[in-house]
Design a protein around this ligand. Structure first.
Ligand SMILES: Nc1ncnc2c1ncn2[C@@H]1O[C@H](COP(=O)(O)OP(=O)(O)OP(=O)(O)O)[C@@H](O)[C@H]1O
Ligand SMILES: [Mg+2]
Length: 265
């Protein structure tokens, strides 16, 4: 049984076919990339997988269960986390509180549940302490101590991207979907993030599916790359296999450039 599978997924908006017969299989514990030009359908694929969009056709199977069309919170509760292309955080809350919100899937007493009412030894307080400990681990792991008690809205963009990754990690996902995690980061931040992504795979055993435009990052981290263009799958395989695929070069560089490179008329 594959860990995660997308079978013949199609998504039509009015007259526009944003995804056209996409299939993909992920092995547990692997890092996989989705690449393709702007508007190719990458984010739409994530929105279908996470339940934000109900696909027109096809199936999504996670750990042997058909999750196609299920509600986003039910899919998240099964262990499927994500980050968004445009950062989705509570900007007037601190890093700590944003990460604590990521823990709500694992809380029995609710996010701000009655902790105030019952003394230190109450189950609610004990649970709050346990959740905070978990969040502190993530803050340490992502080197976010200096941002810990600051409002997220005032943090540099690259740090906000890290907080969003931390919030997704706080849900303890088995499969994590990252939509352009290094976009807008400087070189040093990118290099750090690549190391963290590898650690998330190796140390936490999380399977990753990453949309990324930076080809150096894609080549460095992925075991498998899916390339889509105008919603259609045009190549799939190891990074070295797809990087010189004629269809991929055409999609990125245009027909003429490829003809010049290959010497075609
Ligand atoms: N909710 C929607 N309603 C109508 N059209 C949509 C919707 N969501 C996406 N689309 C269209 O589907 C196509 C694919 O969009 P999508 O955002 O998935 O591309 P992308 O590959 O993520 O691009 P980018 O690299 O720019 O983020 C685009 O033409 C977009 O306008
Ligand atoms: Mg996108």
């Amino acid at each position: 049984m594959p860990f995660f599978e997308v079978q013949n997924l199609t998504m039509v908006f009015g007259g526009l076919t944003a995804l056209d017969n996409i299939s993909l299989t992920l092995e547990r514990g692997s890092i996989n990339a989705v690449i393709g030009p702007n508007g190719a359908g990458k984010t739409t694929l994530f929105n279908c997988i996470t339940g934000l969009y109900k696909p027109t056709a096809g199936r999504i199977i996670f750990k042997g269960t058909d999750i196609t069309g299920r509600k986003p919170y039910k899919i998240a509760a099964m262990g499927l986390g994500r980050t968004f292309q445009n950062i989705e955080l509570f900007s007037h809350m601190t890093t700590m509180d944003n990460l604590l919100l990521g823990r709500h899937l694992h809380m029995k007493t609710g996010v701000f549940g009655g902790a105030a009412c019952f003394g230190r030894r109450s189950p609610a307080v004990q649970e709050e302490i346990a959740q905070r400990r978990k969040v502190e681990e993530i803050i340490d792991f992502l080197d976010l101590q200096s941002a810990r008690d600051r409002f997220v809205g005032g943090l540099p963009y690259g740090t906000q991207k890290k907080v969003e990754l931390g919030r997704a990690l706080a849900t303890e996902p088995e499969l994590l979907l990252l939509d352009e995690p290094v976009a807008g980061m400087n070189l040093e931040e990118k290099q750090d993030l690549v190391i963290w992504l590898k650690d998330i795979q190796e140390v936490f055993g999380v399977t990753l599916l990453v949309i990324e435009h930076d080809m150096r990052v894609v080549m460095d981290i992925s075991q498998q790359v899916l390339v889509i263009n105008f919603g259609k799958p045009i190549a799939r395989g190891k990074p070295q296999e797809v990087q010189n695929h004629p269809e991929v070069l055409k999609a990125y560089l245009g027909e003429d450039s490829v003809d010049q490179m290959t010497g075609a008329a």
